[in-house]
Design a protein around this ligand. Structure first.
Ligand code: ZN
Length: 134
């Protein structure tokens, strides 16, 4: 894996948390994107090589809402950039990790993504992501 691509934080309200993180990081939010497939809205910040993603659920029943209900607002996942997501998924599957999808999915910010079950990773939800090249 090449680097930490982003760290995602689950929030109740982007309207409240975006100005908070702009103040904290001293950098403006550069994009907000709705990810229909995940039923979340994501706001992005750049901090050097790594991005911070704030995630707000679109509805009460989505996984972000359920996550916040269970553990409260806070760190949701760490995403690692990879060159070849399919090869990396195969490697991890063979190493005994449980993947949450059999095929890469289209994620936010022009990426192919796949999550690993946190059961196998000390409770931390891990995402693999690969830039989609046109
Ligand atoms: Zn992510």
């Amino acid at each position: 894996m090449k680097k930490v691509e982003h760290i995602a934080i689950a929030v109740k309200s982007l309207a409240k948390s975006v100005p908070l993180f702009e103040k904290l990081l001293n950098t403006p939010c550069y994009k907000t994107e709705k990810i229909e497939s995940e039923r979340v809205t994501a706001s992005f910040f750049k901090t050097g090589e790594t991005k911070i993603e704030l995630l707000e659920g679109m509805d009460e029943t989505g996984h972000i809402a359920r996550f916040i209900e269970k553990v409260g607002e806070g760190m949701h996942h760490i995403a690692f950039e990879v060159d070849d997501i399919k090869a990396e998924m195969k490697r991890l599957m063979e190493a005994g990790f449980l993947l949450l999808s059999g095929e890469p999915k289209k994620g936010a910010d022009n990426k192919l993504i796949c999550f690993l079950h946190p059961r196998d990773t000390n409770g931390v939800l891990i995402e693999l992501c690969q830039e989609i090249k046109e």
